[in-house]
Structures are given as C-alpha cells and as structure tokens.
Design a protein around this ligand. Structure first.
Ligand SMILES: [Zn+2]
Ligand SMILES: [Zn+2]
Length: 306
C-alpha cells in the first residue's frame, strides 16, 4: 500500500508562512492499494487538492471514502472534492454518525451543503455517491481487509485498520486515551469508599485502553492523533478528544507498532514547534530503547510505503 498525506492539520486550516513545511490543510489521507484501489480517509480541506489530482487520472478510480467522524476538519473538503462533480465517478462514503436513529450519514453530508452554508446542494453533485453509516465492523474491498473500532472522542468516531498482502496500517482519527473522569476530581488521598466507588470505572478504562492497543497491534504504520505536548494535555486540554506524544509512544510500544506518523497537528503549532515536539518524542523513545527514526511527523504531500 502507498500512503499519501493531503491534510495533516487538526481543527482548522492554517495556511501561512509558519506552516509551509508541514502544511495547513485539515485531515485527509489517501491509501492506494497494491492493485490501484483508492481509499480516502477523511475529507478535510486537504481533500480539495486530492480531488484535483484524482480528476487528472483517467479514468478516475472508484473512490472508497471512509470518514473517522463528521467534525468539520474531517468533512469540510467534500463540497470542493472535484470527483463529486464528474459524471460517472463512483464515490462510496462510509463513516459513523451520532444520533443514528434520527439522521443518516447522508443527512450530515447534506447539512453542510445546505444553501445557508454553500451555494451548491448535495443533489447537484453529478457523481454516483452512496452513503453508509458504519459502526464497529469488518469489510473488504477486493483483497483489502478493513476493520473499524470506536475511538475516544466527544462524538462517535472510528479508527480504521487496513490490511493488504500481510501489511497493515492503522488510522486512529481523533482520539485521546480513556481515563477515569471521576478521578479528575478525586481527592489525592483515596480511601476504601472511593476505591469501592471508582474501582469498576478504573477497570473499564483499563479494558478500553487495552482494546485500543489490541486494535493497533503489529501495525506496520500507525497514523495517530498527536495534537498536544504532554504538558498542554495535562494542564488544559484533557477531554478535548486528542492525544499527546507520550501516550502515542506508550501505544507504539505496547502495540509493537513498526512505524508511527504523528498527525492532526495543533493549528497553533508552527513548523519549528512541530519539529521541537518531534525531537522531544524521539528523545523519550530513545530512552525507552525504541528507534527514534520510527517516529515521523505526517507532512502534507508526504508519502510512506507500507
Ligand atoms: Zn479533528
Ligand atoms: Zn474531532
């Protein structure tokens, strides 16, 4: 498989001199299978450039678009995705949807193209577009196996594990470690009563984190949400739904992951600050006996072969 990053920024696009090197577009990853299959993970603003690139390929391949979740920074490029306007193009959109009992994935995609927000409606797109709401599941595209798992984010969010010919990549989408929200307010000195109250929650949290480690286990490439430094996360970003490099490192080690690409870069982080973050993560990795070169920053336009 060939992985290409079209958007690596979290939350909001940040063009400008400070982000030229790693890129300012929001989440979009292209996975090209060994037989030319076209899988797209998220359609943030980076998907605009991918769409232009795809439209130049003749013919445009069938596009399998998987959405981690429907926050803006993961779907906002869709109305600008050129293949949507090319008759005969096939686009299958799959992803989770909150409040699934009252709205479908298609409803959510149509909402962002309502005329209050955008001049062209979803019905005017001339490609053949289908929508499927996903939960945790397994599916196949040719000989590519795809497994999904819910991640920890303030909205239903799926990670994707993609395997072809014995090679595996995992994309977490937005995610932070599970933790016991009750103990955030728990007194420093615990007592037997607290343990009785919080004991089961601790176990549930531990099991949920273990489930994530199992999901990423043995991946040849893990593309992981790493929006924060450990300090930012600890002091002011907990429960915002994103991770810091120390927990990424822990998952890499526990899941025996071969290579890790940090992504969903914070919009406030300049190229220079991103490289400082990487240097800290690599130094910590080296201390743990991990090869620092196995950790990289996702970079707009960058490619990794898995
Ligand atoms: Zn995001
Ligand atoms: Zn999000």
């Amino acid at each position: 498989m060939k992985i290409k990053f079209w958007g690596v920024r979290g939350s909001i696009p940040v063009p400008g001199a400070g982000t030229v090197k790693y890129g300012g577009n929001t989440s979009c990853v292209e996975v090209t299978g060994d037989h030319g299959e076209c899988i797209v993970l998220d359609t943030g603003t980076g998907s605009r450039l991918l769409g232009i690139d795809l439209a130049r390929r003749k013919p445009i391949p069938p596009i399998h678009l998987f959405i981690s979740h429907t926050h803006w920074d993961h779907i906002q490029g869709f109305p600008f995705f050129v293949p949507c306007y090319v008759p005969g193009t096939q686009i299958e959109v799959r992803g989770p949807v909150h409040f699934a009992e009252s709205r479908t994935l298609q409803d959510v995609f149509e909402m962002q193209m309502k005329y209050e927000f955008f001049p062209i409606s979803n019905e005017q797109l001339s490609a053949k577009i289908t929508y499927e709401s996903l939960k945790e599941t397994e599916l196949r595209i040719g000989d590519i196996q795809i497994r999904t798992q819910f991640m920890n984010h303030p909205i239903l969010s799926l990670g994707y594990r993609i395997t072809q010919n014995g090679r595996t990549m995992v994309y977490t989408g937005d995610h932070e470690p599970y933790h016991n929200v009750f103990t955030d307010k728990k007194p420093a000195v615990s007592n037997a009563e607290d343990d009785l109250l919080f004991g089961d929650v601790d176990r549930t949290v531990k099991d949920a984190n273990q489930r994530l480690v199992d999901f990423i286990r043995g991946a040849h490439l893990l593309i992981i949400d790493c929006q924060y430094t450990p300090e930012e996360y600890r002091t002011s970003r907990r429960n915002w739904g994103h991770s810091s490099w120390d927990s990424c490192l822990q998952w890499m080690r526990e899941g025996a992951v071969e290579r890790m690409a940090l992504t969903h870069h914070d919009p406030m982080r300049s190229d220079e600050a991103l490289e400082a973050l990487l240097a800290d993560a690599r130094a910590a990795a080296a201390k743990e006996g991990l090869d620092p070169a196995r950790i990289v920053l996702a970079q707009e336009g960058g490619e990794i072969h898995v």
